[in-house]
Design a binder for this molecule. Structure first.
Ligand SMILES: [Fe+2]
Ligand SMILES: [Fe+2]
Length: 259
């Protein structure tokens, strides 16, 4: 079965897609879902650390900090759930390339309020859109549909929390802080998005990973998929004035603002 709707696969509609047999296309769908889940795990681990730091600085008797602890517990279970799914789909989590790996490390150590919640909202909304579609589609593997359904339900609370925390915090930040946040947010969204599909998945279906990566990043269908998945969070953050200046270039480069 498919693990992802064929139209959402990064190579859909390209000459490399035409070269793949039906069986290989389905295998690629499973590997791409597994790869996206490993990026989900990467970001959830970053998010857990950021939320722990957020709780460390604030008053644990407030509902607001207690909610942060609840979310850490949710993300912890999601990580185990995703990791098991990745194994069942025949993939394993490869460490990201050094640039993304170390930027993630720096980001989770230094990100402050607006960056924590805008970053979280970005990853959560993109995954949410893909999973909402998957959970309703009968062509998709039952395992992927069930994992998607669980995640969609639990993330609905997280996204609301992230949206509200972001808006509250952003409103109180000065011009310099906002400029810095916009740039860093652009970098985070760029690295999260461009790492969604590990080129090693292309190798597994018999394609040249370098060539397939280039073809995917220029693929108008794939750019449309990313823009579609990010459209809500792009609208929220653009309205707040968080997607402009030099940071905006990274959103565009990542294929999040259309062709
Ligand atoms: Fe999650
Ligand atoms: Fe979450």
């Amino acid at each position: 079965m498919w693990a992802l709707r064929p139209e959402r696969i990064s190579l859909y509609g390209t000459h490399l897609w035409d070269r793949l047999s039906e069986e290989k296309r389905r295998e690629l769908s499973r590997l791409e879902v597994a790869s996206v889940a490993t990026v989900g795990i990467w970001f959830e681990t970053i998010l857990m650390q950021m939320l722990v730091r957020h709780a460390y600085r604030n008053d644990p008797t407030t509902n607001h900090v207690q909610y942060a602890y609840t979310e850490i517990a949710d993300e912890c279970r999601h990580t185990v759930m995703f990791a098991r799914m990745v194994g069942k789909l025949g993939w394993r989590a490869h460490r990201l390339d050094p640039v993304a790996y170390h930027l993630g490390r720096v980001f989770k150590a230094i990100a402050h309020g607006p960056l924590i919640f805008a970053g979280a909202l970005f990853v959560e909304e993109v995954l949410d859109q893909i999973q909402r579609e998957a959970m309703a589609d009968e062509r998709i593997l039952p395992l992927v549909r069930s994992v998607s359904r669980i995640h969609v339900v639990e993330e609905a609370r997280h996204m609301r929390y992230a949206r509200e925390e972001f808006a509250r915090d952003w409103a109180g930040r000065g011009a310099l802080n906002k400029a810095y946040s916009r740039l860093l947010l652009g970098l985070v969204t760029y690295y999260s998005t461009t790492r969604l599909i590990n080129p090693k998945v292309y190798e597994r279906v018999g394609l040249d990973p370098g060539e397939a990566r280039r073809v995917a990043s220029a693929n108008p269908h794939w750019i449309d998929t990313k823009t579609w998945a990010a459209r809500k969070v792009v609208a929220t953050l653009t309205t707040a004035g968080a997607v402009s200046g030099p940071g905006r270039r990274f959103w565009r480069k990542a294929g999040l603002l259309g062709r």
